[in-house]
Design a protein around this ligand. Structure first.
Ligand SMILES: *Cc1c(COP(=O)(O)O)cnc(C)c1O
Length: 396
């Protein structure tokens, strides 16, 4: 069996998205800035894609900026708020300890520019407290940037409460909604979101294309200087084929949110229940306030890397932590932030399902994981020490 359960890293493109792109890779290849008819056909397509994206998000087309993806959108949103803060002499930003590195590393850079960063605790369930957020707001706070849903442990933040608090205090609110858009309902107006990042390849669209939503009235800082594309805020010839793929996959995902969740949540919960039958195993993230396709667990006495390789040999594509940390020896900053000790965090497994996964695959995965965990524990000196009582179990 070949099972792809790493949809939080990236997704397979949908047929709808591929078909929406094809004409723009072939006959409609013009540059939208060209005045001739070939260019103007591309310009019209671009304008219509912008309107369609705006409609899904509940905003206007003038509030949509196409970028190269989630990372660029996060960078641009935060650097935009930082520039506004510098003009107003406000150099305090609030975020959380479980953000994506596109956010955390940008904030690190701002520290060197004189900003003070408060990272809110995400607690054991991976969810920040609106009361703690409100208490952290100061007169010099310019921005709150909190992700909509976490890419590793799937926890969904109380975004509408956070948005309301930020609006009441006159603080800008950005959310990295890369894992949320297309999977759960997002409404930038109702949630009082000032800036939002999304990325097409997380909802069956193409890679290398994303959106930054910026509420009308906020002056954006460019990261890339050059031509006047994206109303002068993001230079470079527009990636029209990818933008068409993004618009099509976004509409398709948004239309199917209820249907897909109704399918995914029971599969996710069956998978979690099956895996938790393995002794000394714990679920990471909130059991309920959780992305429909996300499963993340820690096994005591196991190395995540070896687990992944053995699962791969059984045809299962999974991940341990995020794709970004998978190449390094450091355990996930998210698992450490929710209180998992180093060695426990090393024994983590993330399975992220899409609506293409089946119940048969879930059953196969549960059995395969049980076998592989037993096999690895059997050869693990740490596991032997735990069983002989020389070391105490962290996970009961
Ligand atoms: C994938 C991801 C990103 C990065 O998006 P890219 O389009 O790959 O740059 C940022 N934030 C979160 C939460 C993500 O899951």
């Amino acid at each position: 069996m070949n099972i792809y359960a790493d949809n939080a890293a990236t997704t397979k493109m949908s047929k709808t998205a591929i078909n929406a792109m094809l004409p723009y890779l072939d006959s409609v290849y013009g540059n939208p800035s060209s005045l001739h008819s070939v260019g103007q056909r591309a310009a019209e397509a671009l304008a219509s894609a912008r309107e369609r994206v705006a409609k899904v998000l509940g905003c206007t087309d003038r509030e949509i900026y196409f970028t190269s993806g989630g990372s660029e959108s996060d960078n641009q949103a935060i650097l935009t708020a930082a520039a506004i803060g510098e003009r107003k002499n406000k150099r305090h930003i609030i975020s959380s300890s479980i953000e994506h590195h596109a956010v955390l590393h940008t904030l690190d850079k701002l520290k060197k520019r004189g900003f003070e960063i408060t990272l809110l605790d995400a607690h054991e369930n991976g969810i920040v407290s609106p009361a703690e957020l409100e208490a952290a707001i100061r007169p010099d706070t310019v921005l709150v940037t909190i992700m909509y849903a976490n890419n590793e442990i799937g926890s969904i933040q109380p975004i509408s409460e956070i948005g309301r608090i930020c609006r009441e205090h006159g603080v800008l609110f950005h959310t990295d909604a890369v894992q949320a858009v297309g999977h759960i309902k997002v409404d930038v107006v109702k949630d009082n979101i000032d800036m939002l990042s999304l990325s097409a390849h997380k909802f069956h669209g193409p890679k290398g294309i994303g959106v930054l939503y910026v509420k009308k009235g906020i002056v954006i800082t460019n990261l890339i200087e050059g031509g006047a594309q994206e109303r002068g805020k993001r230079a470079g010839t527009e990636n029209v084929p990818a933008i068409m793929g993004l618009a099509a996959s976004l509409e398709e995902a948004a239309e199917n949110i209820d249907k897909n969740s109704a399918k995914l949540i029971p599969l996710r919960d069956k998978l979690i229940k099956g895996i938790l039958e393995i002794p000394h195993t714990i679920l990471n993230g909130d059991p309920v306030k959780r992305l429909p396709g996300n499963v993340n667990v820690c096994f005591e006495g196991i190395e995540g890397e070896s687990l992944l390789l053995l699962l791969d040999s059984k045809g299962i594509c999974a991940s341990s932590g995020s794709a970004c940390t998978s190449g390094s020896l450091d355990p996930s900053h998210v698992l450490l932030a929710i209180g998992r000790p180093h060695d426990v965090a090393h024994g983590s497994l993330r399975l992220s399902l899409s609506e293409e996964n089946t119940e048969e695959e879930v059953d196969y995965m549960i059995n395969a994981i049980k076998d592989v965990v037993a096999y690895l524990r059997n050869m693990s000196p740490v596991w032997r020490d735990l069983q002989e009582g020389k070391k105490k179990y962290v996970i009961q």
